[in-house]
Design a protein around this ligand. Structure first.
Ligand code: GRF
Length: 215
């Protein structure tokens, strides 16, 4: 068995995406992955307390009053110390510096509660509802130097109902987020994909390559 790959989770709040990822790893649904460290930039984030209770290495690196890159350097130092190979932003309410992104090329993922490129930025669910779309969803994408912009790995859709308010829509999207993030992590860790332009193109499963159907 090759050694498990360390994931670093960065969060600022509730932490439900982190919990879904941790549960999926514990259930063996993301083979070869382990959570190496959970980092919050906010001491009061409920997600960091959950990480502590789960016995994970949970660190608070406060960002308040710090320059972006100064804070990022502290975070990256911990990620390196823990030999993190994949960084997952899970409700991390802070933009990464270009320097951070360059430390982990195509190794930082983010989840956004809308179908990008629609409704980037804050409150994607509210933006979608107010715009009047009939379908919304979530996007897991690689992080590049622009906000909510990098190549898309997984998207999931949900209907928008006339009776929705931003909370009911957000709840429906969140259910899909909890599935989508783990799917994306599995794809990236398995590595059977290429990034072609903006497209994440999955290669045929190895099994299909190794065993072509008999002619
Ligand atoms: C999610 O809606 C996610 O898409 C967005 O921030 C929220 C985080 O929720 N980036 P949680 O902290 O994972 O519960």
């Amino acid at each position: 068995m090759p050694e498990a790959k360390n994931i670093g989770i960065l969060l600022s709040g509730r932490g439900s995406n982190f919990v879904a990822i941790a549960d999926n790893i514990d259930a063996g649904r993301i083979p070869g992955a382990r959570i190496g460290v959970v980092i919050s930039n906010r001491p009061e984030a409920p997600g960091i307390e959950i990480a502590r209770r789960r016995g994970l290495d949970a660190r608070v690196i406060p960002s308040k009053g710090k320059q972006r890159e100064e804070h990022d350097r502290e975070v990256v130092a911990v990620l390196r110390e823990k030999q993190v190979e994949l960084v997952c932003l899970a409700g991390y309410m802070r933009l990464l510096s270009a320097w951070f992104v360059q430390q982990f090329p195509n190794r930082v993922l983010n989840i956004h509660p809308a179908l990008l490129p629609s409704f980037p930025g804050l409150e994607g669910q509210k933006q979608a509802l107010e715009y009047g779309v009939k379908v919304s969803g979530c996007t897991v994408h690689f992080v590049d130097e622009q906000l909510d912009h990098g190549a898309i790995i997984v998207q999931k859709t949900v209907p928008v109902y006339d009776s929705d308010d931003e909370h009911t829509l957000a709840d429906r999207i969140l259910e899909q987020e909890h599935i989508a993030y783990s799917e994306a992590i599995k794809i990236v860790l398995e590595g059977n994909y290429e990034i072609v332009g903006r497209r994440v193109v999955r290669r045929p499963a190895l099994k299909e390559v190794a065993f072509p159907p008999a002619m």
